[in-house]
Design a protein around this ligand. Structure first.
Ligand code: TMP
Ligand code: ASP
Length: 242
């Protein structure tokens, strides 16, 4: 599809195409899944569509709550129209519960509730393997101003409150998530990328015991199987709720 529009950028999970309106882009969600900086790769038929639909519903919820995002509308089940942004090369991770790399790099036990959300910054740089970086290093590299970083931190904390509540309503625990931001043509900071089970950890709250049931990309990262079933279940719960 989209052969008529110029491919501006191809990432691991999405393709970004030009739009007739220069302030907009078309974002096509792919079925590819990668983990560990693409050391691990697999195609899951239908993943692109599920992530596109889930992301669209979540962006709509955030917009209703006054969060500035790049999302405009769905073009079809696999493609969204978004405002064109210059992506800031940072991955902002917010953690409510300890899991994943936090537990590999510290002595904090998996599943520990964090009394205050933890925000970690990673430099978006595949060659360097997206390293964890500090506020001071961000400043040193002149990636963004400290005022803009504060704005992004505050937006991320607000988004966390909205998303935690959104997912709780559909019996999911929001363990952690990764966000990306960018500047529009008027230099406003907008939330970009996607919000989907590819970049959120979501645990099923419909559990009678303490077992962790991951309904997210950990199914692929940790070879648990059933990725499409998990993403479909999230999409089903969102549609049943909204
Ligand atoms: P981590 O525990 O591996 O650092 O991941 C934290 C969260 O960020 C988790 O929800 C998955 C998400 N994430 C991405 O979206 N992209 C990435 O490249 C990585 C490493 C994590
Ligand atoms: N974005 C990561 C990758 O490079 C995967 C992850 O989410 O863990 O492949």
């Amino acid at each position: 599809m989209n052969t008529k529009y110029e491919l501006l950028y191809e990432g691991k999970a999405k393709k970004v195409f030009a739009h007739n309106d220069l302030d907009k882009v078309k974002i096509e969600f792919k079925d590819d899944a990668t983990a560990f900086n693409a050391l691990k790769k697999e195609k899951f038929e239908g993943k692109g569509k599920l992530n596109c639909l889930i992301s669209a519903r979540i962006f709509e919820t955030l917009i209703k709550n006054n969060i500035p995002t790049h999302f405009i509308e769905l073009e079809n089940e696999n493609t969204m129209i978004a405002k064109k942004i210059k992506v800031i090369p940072l991955e902002i991770v917010l953690r409510n519960t300890a899991y994943g790399s936090l537990c590999k790099q510290t002595t904090i036990k998996p599943g520990t509730f964090l009394s205050k959300p933890l925000i970690d910054f990673y430099l978006k740089d595949d060659e360097l393997n997206d390293p964890l970086i500090t506020k001071d290093r961000i400043e040193l590299m002149n990636i963004i101003s400290s005022d803009d970083l504060e704005l992004i931190i505050n937006l991320t904390l607000k988004i966390n409150v909205i998303l935690k509540n959104f997912f709780k309503n559909i019996q999911l625990k929001l363990v952690d998530f990764k966000l990306e931001f960018g500047y529009d043509s008027e230099n406003n900071i907008l939330l970009g990328d996607e919000i989907s089970p590819d970049n959120c950890r979501l645990w099923d709250l419909n559990q009678t015991n303490d077992t962790i049931i991951s309904l997210d990309k950990d199914r692929f990262r940790n070879d648990l199987g059933g990725l499409i079933e998990a993403y479909s279940e999230i999409n089903r719960r969102i549609n049943a709720f909204l």
